[in-house]
Ligand binder design. Structure first.
Ligand code: FES
Ligand code: FE2
Length: 449
C-alpha cells in the first residue's frame, strides 16, 4: 500500500488526484492529524456566546469541543472530554452555566477550564491529586471580526496569516455594516454520505456543475434570478437565457492562497448582483451598498452579493440573497456531518432576517433544492473511490490549467468563473500539509490587501 504522503496521490501541477484520497482509511486518519490537527478551524460565532458563562458545543474534525466565554469574558475552546476517564463533560448543545459536572464520577470544570471539583478529593485521593494539572484540554483561540477559530497546533501561524487574502473577501460577510454580524438562532445539522473534501472543494470553486446539476432549480424559478445568471454549456429547450462560459472579463474565481478558494471575484463598475434576487431579501443588500462602500472601499462596495468560498480545510460561506456559514465535519472517509447557519448584519431588520432564513432553507438545508442535487453528486463521486477498478483511474481537475492571471484590483490568483484552479489550490494545500512534518515546512501567503 502506498504511504499517504506519496506524491502520486496529488499532482496539482498536472491537475490529477489519486481517487484513494477520498476512500483510504489510513489517509483519512492521517488527515485528521495533519490537516484538522494543525489548521485554524471555525468553531463558533461570538454572538453564540455573548454573555459570561455562555457555552456552545462544536467540533474540530472528529473531536467534540466546547466553546465557552468564561466568567471574566474570555473566549476558550476545550476538548469536551473529562480528564478522569474521558466522559463528555457537557451533553448540552448550548447554554449558560458557571461549570460543567461530568456525569460519570462528578469531576467539575469551570468555564475557564479549571478543575474545580473532585468528589472524594480528601477521602479517596488523600489530597494528593494536583488539580491544577487536570483542567480541560484547551486549543488556542483567535477571532476574526466575530468568527471564532481554534487550532490544536501551537506552532501554527496566526489566524490572520492563515486566512491571508481570503480575509479581504470574508469582510464582505462579516463587516458589511456598523456593528458587524451575528448568527440567527438555530443550526441545520445533517449527514452527507460523502468524503468531506468533495463539499469543501465544490463550494470553494465549482461553478461548472451549476447549470447541469441545478438545472431543474433554474427551470423551476424558485431561486429568483439566481440561475438565470449562471452560464451553461448548452441551452436546454425552454431554459432561461444564460451568458457564455467565462464570457465576462470582470468576473473571476479566486485562489487567495493557503488552499482557500473564492467564487465571486468581481472587478466591474456596476454592482455585482451574482445570485441576487431583485425582490425581497435581495433588495436588502442592494439598499446598503453605500454603507458597504464607506466601510470597505469602492471595489468591495459594489459587492451586493458576497460570493461563495471555502476557507481551507472545511469552513464555507455562501452569500447571495442571504448568507450562510457552514462546516463540513469529517465523520470517516464516507460520511460528512454538515453544520449550517444563517449569518446576518447585526443591523438587519426582522423582515430581512425572516426572508434570509426562508431563502436559505429553501435552497441550502436538509430539504434545500440545491442541496439535494449536490449531495447525490458528492456521494456518487465518493463511492467511486472504493471501486476496485475505479480507484485505478485518477480524478481530473485540469480545467483552465495554465490560464490563471492576477489583477491590480482584487487580490489572489484569478481564473475563469468556470475553472478548476481553486480545486488545484485546495488539493495542493492538502498534499502540502499531508507531506509536512510541521508548520515550519508549510508555505504561508499572508494578506496583501
Ligand atoms: S469520567 Fe468524568 S469524573 Fe470520571
Ligand atoms: Fe451545487
Amino acid at each position: 500500500m502506498r504511504a499517504a504522503n506519496d506524491p502520486a496521490l496529488v499532482d496539482a501541477s498536472k491537475g490529477l488526484l489519486n481517487r484513494r484520497i477520498f476512500g483510504d482509511p489510513d489517509i483519512y486518519a492521517q488527515e485528521l492529524e495533519q490537516v484538522f490537527g494543525r489548521c485554524w478551524l471555525f468553531v463558533a460565532h461570538e454572538s453564540q456566546i455573548a454573555k459570561p458563562n455562555d457555552f456552545i458545543a462544536s467540533y474540530m474534525g472528529e473531536d467534540p469541543v466546547l466553546v465557552t466565554r468564561d466568567s471574566r469574558g474570555k473566549v476558550h475552546t476545550f476538548l469536551n472530554m473529562c480528564r478522569h476517564r474521558g466522559n463528555r463533560v457537557c451533553r448540552a448543545d448550548f447554554g449558560n452555566a458557571p461549570s460543567f459536572m461530568c456525569t460519570y464520577h462528578g469531576w467539575t470544570f469551570a468555564t475557564d477550564g479549571k478543575l474545580v471539583g473532585v468528589p472524594g478529593y480528601k477521602e479517596a485521593y488523600f489530597e494528593e491529586l494536583d488539580r491544577s494539572q487536570w483542567g480541560l484540554v484547551e486549543a488556542p483561540v483567535q477571532t476574526y471580526k466575530g468568527l471564532v477559530f481554534a487550532n490544536w497546533d501551537t506552532k501554527a501561524p496566526s489566524l490572520i496569516d492563515f486566512l491571508g487574502d481570503a480575509a479581504w473577501y470574508l469582510d464582505l460577510v462579516v463587516d458589511r455594516r456598523e456593528g458587524g454580524s451575528e448568527l440567527l438562532e438555530g443550526v441545520h445539522k445533517w449527514a452527507f454520505t460523502c468524503n468531506w473534501k468533495f463539499g469543501a472543494d465544490n463550494f470553494g470553486g465549482d461553478n461548472y456543475h451549476v447549470p447541469i446539476s441545478h438545472g431543474s432549480v433554474g427551470l423551476s424559478g424558485v431561486n429568483g434570478q439566481a440561475q438565470r445568471r449562471m452560464p451553461a454549456p448548452s441551452q436546454p429547450q425552454g431554459a432561461p437565457q444564460r451568458p457564455p462560459m467565462n464570457g465576462d472579463p470582470n468576473r473571476a474565481n479566486v485562489s487567495p492562497g493557503n488552499g482557500h478558494g473564492v467564487i465571486g471575484g468581481y472587478m466591474g463598475a456596476t454592482p455585482n448582483m451574482m445570485g441576487l434576487s431583485s425582490t425581497g431579501n435581495g433588495q436588502y443588500y442592494i439598499d446598503h451598498l453605500k454603507e458597504l462602500e464607506q466601510r470597505l472601499g469602492p471595489v468591495r462596495g459594489r459587492q451586493a452579493s458576497m460570493g461563495i468560498a471555502t476557507v481551507f480545510p472545511n469552513f464555507t460561506w455562501f452569500g447571495s440573497s442571504g448568507c450562510m456559514l457552514r462546516v463540513w465535519n469529517p465523520r470517516g472517509s464516507f460520511s460528512t456531518e454538515m453544520w449550517s447557519w444563517c449569518i446576518v448584519d447585526k443591523l438587519a431588520p426582522q423582515e430581512a432576517r425572516d426572508d434570509i432564513r426562508k431563502y436559505l432553507t429553501l435552497c441550502f438545508s436538509p430539504s434545500g433544492t440545491f442541496e439535494q442535487d449536490d449531495g447525490d453528486n458528492f456521494a456518487q463521486s465518493t463511492k467511486s473511490a472504493t471501486g476496485t477498478i475505479g480507484k485505478r483511474y485518477p480524478v481530473n481537475i485540469q480545467q483552465g490549467l495554465g490560464h490563471e492571471r492576477t489583477s491590480e484590483v482584487i487580490p489572489g490568483l484569478l481564473s475563469g468563473t468556470i475553472s478548476e484552479t481553486n480545486a488545484r489550490s485546495f488539493y495542493g494545500r492538502w498534499a502540502e500539509m499531508m507531506n509536512a512534518s510541521s508548520w515550519d515546512k508549510i508555505s504561508i501567503s499572508p494578506r496583501t490587501k
